[in-house]
Design a protein around this ligand. Structure first.
Ligand SMILES: Nc1nc2c(c(=O)[nH]1)N[C@H]1C(S)=C(S)[C@@H](COP(=O)(O)O)O[C@H]1N2
Ligand SMILES: [Mo]
Length: 323
């Protein structure tokens, strides 16, 4: 998403992926056929250089917050990623994120809360039923996917954390560990990756605290073991591999806004009528596999199609200024 590449012709769209995707699906079938001990042994030896070993099946419940559109193939969603801590090319996170250690993992809740607390990822995952929520996912680079995410509303854990009434925003901080993220020094971001939401946005039931996709725990390159997905905003609002959730009274700094405030605003609501300074946001390339090598181009919807649920939060705001 940085200045280096035209978003219109990403190199990974031109590179054939069939070899990789065949490998991935064969491998998953192979592991599924083995006992978990055998699978783990294989994962740490022959396949130790890829990041797909660690996903496990989740028990999920249906959700009313779900769209009925053609789902992006899982192999695409897990091989075409933005996770700059593991490299800046779309294919880098899938190649490099195997070094991320997702257990033990804790998330610290702090700032303007009744009492700062640190919670273990496994207890966070058990706190509420994990839902199936198929969402549209729109990257600021004008590509999009339809992904079955698994998680529960961020609002649930916010209520548990008991923010004070003085808390007006929530800041998310991703892991920044040069040991686990050897590419971090070349990422161009000033670590750690930070993102934020206004409190009412964070409390909106659509804002998803996400533990999985496609019915399994997140692949490392998707931001395991815990990330945000905010479907009415550009994809970068969804911080990956979160270690800290902080309640604050002022609009927090966010990584992309720090890097280029004219291109990436705090709100970053999907808005077809406000162009990025270097490209139009009116359309998107839908990466759902139905367009063959050349993804089909479709119009982008205000708030990514979630206007009924979220537009009210921005009533009276100038969305050209607050982009
Ligand atoms: N920590 C961290 N979180 C991140 C990013 C990142 O580089 N680092 N990239 C963002 C961007 S630009 C997008 S589009 C989404 C990509 O999520 P995906 O790879 O699961 O599609 O993650 C977001 N979260
Ligand atoms: Mo993005």
């Amino acid at each position: 998403m940085l200045i280096r590449k035209s978003p219109e012709i990403p190199s990974s769209e031109i590179t054939p992926r069939s070899t990789f995707e065949a490998f991935h699906s064969n491998r998953r079938r192979f592991l599924a056929g083995m006992g978990s001990v055998g699978a783990a042994a294989v994962a740490s030896s022959i396949f130790s250089r890829d990041a797909f070993a660690a996903t496990t099946k989740l028990t999920t419940v249906p959700s009313k917050y779900t769209v009925n559109e053609t789902v992006t193939p899982e192999a695409k969603a897990q091989s075409y990623n933005n996770f700059y801590e593991f490299g800046t090319d779309k294919g880098d996170p899938a190649k490099n994120a195997h070094t991320l250690r997702t257990r033990p993992w804790t998330v610290k809740f702090e700032g303007l809360v009744a009492k700062p607390q640190t919670a273990d990822i496994d207890s966070i995952m058990k706190y509420r039923p994990i839902e199936d929520r198929t969402y549209r996912f729109r990257c600021v680079e004008a590509w999009s996917m339809v992904i079955p995410w698994n998680g529960y509303s961020l609002a649930e854990i916010i209520k548990w954390a008991q923010p004070l009434s003085s808390a007006k925003f929530v800041q998310f901080t991703s892991l920044a560990d040069y040991g686990q993220m050897p590419q971090l020094g070349w990422s161009g971001i000033n670590p750690p990756y930070v993102e934020g939401l206004r409190m009412d946005e964070a409390m909106n039931p659509l804002a998803l605290l996400t533990f999985g996709s496609y019915g399994e725990t997140l692949a490392n390159q998707q931001g395991a073991p815990i990330r945000m997905v905010v479907p009415w905003k550009y994809g970068f609002k969804g911080a990956k591999s979160i270690v800290n959730i902080k309640f604050v009274d002022k609009m927090p700094h966010t990584t992309w806004n720090n890097l280029s405030s004219t291109e990436y605003g705090f709100y970053s609501n999907v808005n077809p009528s406000v162009d990025h300074p270097r490209w139009s946001q009116a359309h998107e390339r839908r990466l759902d596999g139905t367009g063959g090598i050349f993804p089909k181009t479709i119009p982008t919807l205000p708030f990514n199609g979630y206007a009924n649920e979220v537009a009210g939060m921005y009533a009276g705001m100038d969305l050209r200024k607050n982009f």
